[in-house]
Design a binder for this molecule. Structure first.
Ligand code: NAP
Length: 313
């Protein structure tokens, strides 16, 4: 393992949730991180120790600047599901990575990807990006996560969880899912960047256990210290709600995954991989209960006393 050597990592999407988790972990481990943001400096989230340039993945020169001097790269595609736009982003990244001579690029496909082609843009655009990166010849490791626990620490789920004990999510209750935290994603990315001999491999990464909706609700109940029940949301209802926040196209893109899972033809798509990736990457994911206890849920509480209690702890 080349962990001791300081990497200079080009991180795509570090001002976002997944890339942010990766950038934080890499800087904690004393690696140098550079990223690209379309936003002006004052509008970016604080990312201590990360060098952030203004630019766009659609502009080849901006991406070349991001990769200039990089030894490694960690890439996640943004919330874009238009195939030609994703292809352009991936080409710009691939060309810049090859030109910089990066030793390894870790591509987080941000989702599992079905074995055969589908009509779902959320899968097929990620497959396109993977193919472009692979065809470029850059030393590549691909990570395909299922869904994130962090999706549940949100204004959509937090209040219902804390105040009503309801965990509502657009997956059928019987779909076995290896829920993963952003922090454990970052651990997997770090391992994929540093463990020797992984080039060319693809991993279906996931959390410590594969859980049905009820089992997930029980784990949340143990973490929150209250009874929690699972409620399977209709993907159509989820999509309508998401459209208010992200707009219709992005919401349709995200919801495509949930419509696909609801159809029931690929029940195990989000399940664990029997420890294959954890073994190869030498990572051990955090149990759901432990992740739950670490989140400041009281920020969503109706009861002001509970909110104050959280502020004081
Ligand atoms: N599997 C799951 O459970 C799950 C959950 C959430 C999201 N996702 C998927 O994962 C992907 C990323 O999600 P996220 O939540 O990490 O995203 P996010 O928080 O919205 O962040 C997106 C990142 O991409 C950057 N970006 C967007 N367009 C760009 C462009 N043209 N040029 C340069 N940078 C650009 C943003 O930077 P600036 O805004 O600073 O420019 C930001 O850093 C999306 O495809 C999303 O659907 C999957």
């Amino acid at each position: 393992m080349s962990e001791q050597i300081q990497m200079r990592v080009a991180v795509v999407g570090a001002t976002g949730f997944q890339g942010g988790a990766v950038a934080r972990l890499l800087t904690e481990r004393n690696h140098r991180v550079r990223t690209l943001s379309r936003r002006p400096e004052g509008d970016r989230p604080p990312l201590p120790g990360v060098s952030c340039a203004t630019g766009d993945l659609g502009h080849a020169e901006d991406v070349r600047q991001l990769f200039s001097g990089a030894t490694h790269a960690a890439v996640v595609m943004p919330l874009v599901y238009e195939p030609e736009q994703v292809r352009r982003y991936a080409r710009n990244i691939a060309e810049a990575a090859v030109a910089a001579g990066v030793r390894r690029l870790v591509y987080n496909a941000n989702t599992r990807v079905p074995r055969s082609a589908t009509a779902v843009a959320a899968f097929e655009t990620r497959r396109i990006a993977e193919e472009v990166l692979r065809d470029s010849g850059v030393p590549l490791v691909v990570l395909r996560p299922p869904v994130y626990l962090d999706n549940l620490f949100s204004p959509w789920n937090g209040p219902a969880l804390v105040n009503e004990g309801v965990l509502a999510y657009p997956l059928p209750a019987d779909v076995p899912t290896a829920w993963l935290s952003h922090r454990d994603l970052a651990e997997a990315v770090h391992a994929a960047l540093t463990v020797d001999g992984l080039e060319g491999r693809t991993f279906d990464i996931g959390g410590a256990r594969t859980l049905t909706g009820e089992e997930l609700a029980e784990a949340f109940g143990r973490g929150l210290g209250r009874r929690v029940r699972y409620q399977a949301l209709a993907p159509r209802v989820f999509e309508q709600g998401l459209a208010q926040v992200l707009g219709r196209d992005a919401a349709a893109g995200v919801a495509g995954i949930y419509h696909y899972m609801a159809a029931g033809t690929d029940r195990l798509l989000l399940a664990g991989d029997d420890g294959v990736s954890a073994g190869a990457l030498s990572v051990e994911a955090t149990p759901v209960e432990e992740w739950v206890t670490r989140q400041p849920w009281q920020v969503w509480a109706n009861d002001p006393e509970e909110q104050d209690a959280q502020t004081l702890t």
